[in-house]
Design a protein. Sequence first.
Lengths: 498, 446
Amino acid sequence: MTLLATLARVEAAAAGRARPLSQVLHRRLAGQPLVIIPLTLAGDPATPVAAMTGTSRTDQQLLVVSQPRNRDLRLRFLTSLASTVLGYIAARQHAAEIIPATRTHEERRRYADAPQILVPNRAARDYLGLLGRATRFQRADGPYPVDPSVPTLGKWLTFFADRADQPGSALLADLTSILAEHWATGQSPLEDASLAAQLAWIDPPPGMTGLQAALATEDPLRCPPAGPATDPGFDQAILEPLIRNYDRAAKAGSQAGTDRVAAEITTALRGQLEPTWETIWHAIALLRALPETAGAGRRWAADRDSFTSFSSYLGDGGLPQPRRDHAATAAARLDRLERAHAAYDAERALEDPFILAELRTTGEAFAGEVVSALPSRTTTTPAGRTILRPRFTVHTDDPVRIEPGRVLICPTRPSQRVQIADLPRAGTDAEVVLEVIQGMGTPARPRPGAVPAPGELVSYTLDPGYWAPRDFPPVDQTPWTHGGPPVRRAEQTEEPQS
Amino acid sequence: MSEDCHYDPASETDQVIAAVMADMSEPGQRGIIVDSPPGAGKTTLVVRAATELATSGESCIIVAQTNNQVDDLTTRLARQEPSLRLGRLSATDYIPPATLLTLPDVTVATRIDDLGAAQVILATAAKWATVKDRSWGWAIIDEAYQMRSDMLLLVAARFDRALLVGDPGQLDPFSVIETPRWIGLPYDPMQNAVTVLQAHNQDLPVHRLPVSWRLPASAAPVVSSAFYPFSGFRAATTAGDRHLEFTAAGIRNSADVTLDLAARSGWALHELPARHTTRTDGEAADAVASLAARLLTRRAVGMCERHPAGQPLGPQNIAIGVAHRDQADQIRQALAHTAPAAAAMIRVDTANRLQGAEFDTTIVLHPLSGRSDATAFHLEAGRLCVLASRHRHACIVVARAGIADVLDAHPSDEPIHLGVRAKFPDGWEANHALLAYLANYRIPAP
């Protein structure tokens, strides 16, 4: 935790109400997100009990497995979930735009919209990935066939879970993480993993402090857990006896009996899920009040690209994603995530004054007043060409921790790049001499306003730069250092169990 | 030790180097790993191996991790073997240091095709990753434990056989991305290159350089047992070979007792009163700065096997090691007050950046000083090992009292994963071991 985030937490605890950490939204919130709240059977990972889904507060669908240990009932549940999710996805696969070719990319098609799945917390996000793994290898042919939509659901859920690791992606997101980016509560980050408690600090009911409201959410009767794990008291006192009743009715062969118990189970689970459903839409409403940044739109476009290409992969009969990454795919994925991480951090710093302020406390950014400027300074390159290299000096009392020579960027002049030419210190103050190396024009035609004038307040932070994706060897050319090419196996027959 | 009269560090090292060379001339051997403790002559080995390969007509490249390391190796190789034609491959924005340009038979180029005549080509791993469609018989990979395995994957097609040299006790490479996705896979891209190479090639020979030429006799045994529990090493020198003397006195202050002890014994623990502080502990920074300043005003002179008559200790021979960058910053500011003339020349840096460097005397701000908890970052054995193994004469550790209690309250609780080999030494245990040893050299500061 950074200094400012810690301070905000302390202030929130003292004031009894969360403090803002950011007042802009760095992620697209779709107009119609698909909210999914999964519940799992205690002690049995990847065995779903129920899921509540829907694209608006009033459009709510509850899917329930009356006996989660029964494979047929579980598959029926997964088929219904598949129909919901795949239907939602298909509705976004109609309108498309054509992106004209650039120097590095060919012309391509991109869907105008993309699906967005919102879940209450990080555990639910991981749970969808787990469900994806459990279903993507199931077969629609051979012994014990499943509905063809089930493996397709698995591939999509795996795609969403994989994409969610990409910093700034919005295809699958969990609300506690998004809220934590925007508000510091007066409780620990661990306690923030409970959506209801976190929201209690952010928007407590009238007449209550955040702490009182958060304490009230600890009562599992008023506020059942947001899942995927259920409340153990509920499991013991209500769910387990009902499931046993269901088994008895099924053993007796009474259709009316199982129907009656199934209805009771549904009612009980609805009671567990509905409070979270309300909380989620409350959180979404709070987030919708925040303005979206330009970067959020750009990242959503990247999400749409990725959605489009995965759609066509599946359209071409794409196999399920392998159980584990190969050496080269793992390395390439890490490279992609690291580049996205650097770009996401830099874009947010430029678009969000709160984040820039945080970087100033750690010395990775600084702000101050321009005290002098040489807008028409020139130098000569080794090749003998005269180039414009304006310099200006910024007085700052920030603890600048950037070595001379590093390239910096600023929020107000996005096309400008500067380099620290000199950094003399006097006590805690510094006079940073900056040289403009990009965006200043030529000696004959200097760009007006490219160099800040004395008296102007400016701020600068590190430019992460751009580096091209690395060229990892193809999987079938894996070198001996990494085990050589993988031995060919029929990948799609792995994990045949349900 | 009874065998000390027969102890010949040079021949022990030579035996290991000869064994490495013998393995390299074995035709079927694809890779050889050489573990090198701090200051054990890793560069000497690299230079020797490169020379032998080049003179026997083998094509050979050298892969290092940073531009500084490549420049150092190039200079060493050019000075030792002036007959070799060397190529220094670099990125376009790299500015070669002046010393490199004055060397004969060293060509600096940004494209591999411009280095056609070179017998040995040196570059960073990142630069080698951009070279395509060429391959060489041998690669010597320096600081292989600092290299991430995804980088090895990128450069592996450039060579048939490899000699990997590095210090297993230093800091592991890291990533800003936190994901459990690849934990336990033999080719986890976040692991270091040697671990991944060994996971796939379990029969590769591993050699260990047995002697530290850097660490004094006072430091080698404790560093060896705390950080290299299964592959110990010894100091090349004996207790009498190295010591510090002060040639000026001046008015004594609280730093002097600590300095005297460090000069006499090679270690000192300058212990400030127990207190929970922020990361930037002003009192600790002042204590570090005043120790450094006092070391200079007392005109320390170091006697050693290289300088039996003594060599004055200048600011460039002193380093100050810390865990975090803001601490380094704070100490630099404190130094500007206490030793304004020398402040710019004293190296103040984090453990990550001090890896591989060597100084006469180091002053270390203990990573756990003033902390109320011990996180995995602060417990990492490599961090403390780097800080405690940079010196040739003495190491002064500055810390708040009570670190042992912090350790006891925070046993390492890192999860155990299937398929991941337990890492030795355990950071928590190494911290305790060093602390227990330092307790013998404790000077309570007022």
